[in-house]
Design a protein around this ligand. Structure first.
Ligand code: ADP
Ligand code: PHD
Length: 467
């Protein structure tokens, strides 16, 4: 029987009204597809509250997490009161949710006493939001007459121990997910699975990174050999730019995996950047749709897309970045400088978002998140101490307050002059381009601009998507 995996984001389960839409969509899609499985995020704002409780506790504050405890109880109880009329069922589910909130307060209390918050403890605490929401959503489905069961992915999404940024171990995850989920599907039960979380082989809870429920949807969809994975969110699909930045943003009907990958990597918050990989590997179509406008077909993401002659399909922006430059005449022809430069960056775990090397080989520049600049420059000065002493490298410096603007579209590969159009559009709006790079997939062009030019740059490049 065909299987659809649907992931619902935080806003899609943000309150009782949203969860009712989820239940209605589930009922309709179950009738169409035969089998559906849900992957669900925490109710909107909940993960932030959990993390805030944990971090304030680490500095000895015993008040904030108690305030969060109360808010969490109110939020989940209010949803359950509206969604579940059967009193016994409601009492049972709120009991389960409240026990998770007790766990939150106990963990925060320990953090406050110890005065220390390890990455492992952050994951234990931030994973609780999804463990609460799946219980509420499954109860709402049952209240509508749909057989449903809440499942914690810690039982089958097996990951590395990189707390806060864990990666799934593919084979064991596939085996355990199938063993736990397929029997439910065969019995006509809708599994409602936690997004965002997993566990190590030893059973220690991990998370896949903020926004990681999309990734969970793709991991679980791939493990179950789903026929399609739908990501339900609060906009009609993937748009030509962030609709919060530009009211002219339009929904893109079809994108290739490569285009979607570039968009997500370069800041389109609508999809977690790692989501594409599990579905590409199995050729599973992905769709981005709106929980609050379910009749809209959304954006379909597939392997190949016929070119529509429109080379720039979408534009994204990433802020809070710094451009680091390593420069010196003595770098010319010296082997290994680039390797040691990036080795230094990697050694402090900083994420290099873009690299641009001047053809003269007199400088290397790359972009990192601004909050990693102190560690990165320290590591560079340490790793390149010899070149600095010999004056082969003159300086290592950071320019703060920059943004990356990326134009995405597969047509760039075969269309000459796209880069010229992008730079022309920026120049027309008097925007100074600080650095450039072309994506290795050849379906994106990235430019670095001053943060103060970011919005204007997005609008300028967005005009190129008009046709
Ligand atoms: N290119 C884009 N297309 C659509 N939405 C975008 C884009 N870039 C940024 N967004 C933002 O992503 C949001 C959806 O992502 P997110 O808030 O993580 O949703 P969810 O809670 O459903 O996971 C939208 O509300 C929109 O503001
Ligand atoms: N709840 C997690 C995971 C997630 O993906 O949430 P959302 O789907 O609401 O972006 C977070 O806030 O990071």
């Amino acid at each position: 029987m065909p299987l659809l995996v649907m992931k619902f984001g935080g806003t899609s389960v943000g309150d009782a009204a949203a969860i009712r839409s989820v239940a209605a969509i589930t009922e309709a899609q179950r009738a169409t597809w035969g089998q559906v499985a849900l992957v669900v995020s925490a109710m909107s704002g909940v993960t932030d509250m959990l993390i805030r409780g944990a971090t304030t506790a680490a500095s000895g504050d015993q008040q904030t997490f108690r305030a969060m405890d109360r808010l969490l109880r109110e939020k989940h109880a209010a949803a359950l009161a509206e969604l579940v009329s059967d009193e016994r069922e409601r009492a049972d589910v709120s009991d389960q949710v409240f026990r998770l909130i007790d766990e939150f307060s106990m963990l925060c209390h320990s953090v406050a006493v110890l005065g220390e918050l390890s990455p492992r403890a952050v994951d234990a605490i931030s994973s609780l939001g999804e463990r609460m929401s799946v219980r509420v959503v499954a109860a709402a489905l049952r209240a509508r007459g749909i057989p449903a069961e809440a499942l914690d992915a810690t039982g089958f999404v097996v990951t590395t121990a990189h707390f806060g940024d864990a990666r799934p171990l593919q084979d064991v995850t596939r085996e355990r997910t199938r063993a736990q989920v397929l029997p439910l599907l065969e019995r006509g039960i809708v599994p409602v699975i936690t997004g965002f979380i997993g566990a190590t082989e030893q059973g220690v809870t991990t998370t896949l990174g903020r926004g990681g429920s999309d990734y969970s949807g793709a991991i679980i969809g791939a493990a179950l050999d789903a026929d399609e994975v739908d990501i339900y969110t609060d906009v009609d699909g993937v748009m030509t730019t962030d609709p919060r930045l530009s009211p002219d943003a339009r929904v893109i009907p079809v994108l290739s995996y490569a285009e979607m990958g570039e968009l997500a990597y370069f800041g389109a918050k609508v999809l977690h950047p790692r989501t594409i990989r599990p579905v590409v590997e199995r050729g599973i179509p992905l769709r981005v749709r709106n929980t609050f406008n379910p009749s809209h077909p959304g954006t379909l993401v597939v392997q190949d897309v016929a070119s529509n002659g429109q080379t720039v399909k979408a534009v994204t922006a990433i802020r809070n970045l710094s451009l680091i430059t390593v420069e010196g005449r003595g770098m010319i022809g010296v082997p290994g400088v680039a390797a040691r430069t990036f080795g230094a960056v990697a050694s402090v775990g900083a994420n290099v978002l873009m690299i641009s090397q001047a053809s003269s080989e007199q400088s290397i520049c790359f972009v990192v998140p601004s909050n990693t600049v102190p560690q990165v420059t320290y590591a560079l000065e340490h790793n390149l101490a010899m070149e600095l002493a010999r004056r082969d490298i003159d300086r290592i410096w950071a320019r703060d307050d920059v943004a990356i603007i990326t134009a995405v579209g597969a047509g760039m590969r075969e269309t000459p002059g796209v880069a010229a159009r992008v730079f022309g559009a920026l120049a027309e709006s008097q925007i100074n381009v600080i650095a450039i790079a072309q994506g290795s997939s050849e379906c994106s062009i990235s430019t670095v601009v001053a943060a103060s030019d970011c919005d204007a740059a997005v609008r300028a490049v967005h005009r190129l998507t008009q046709g």
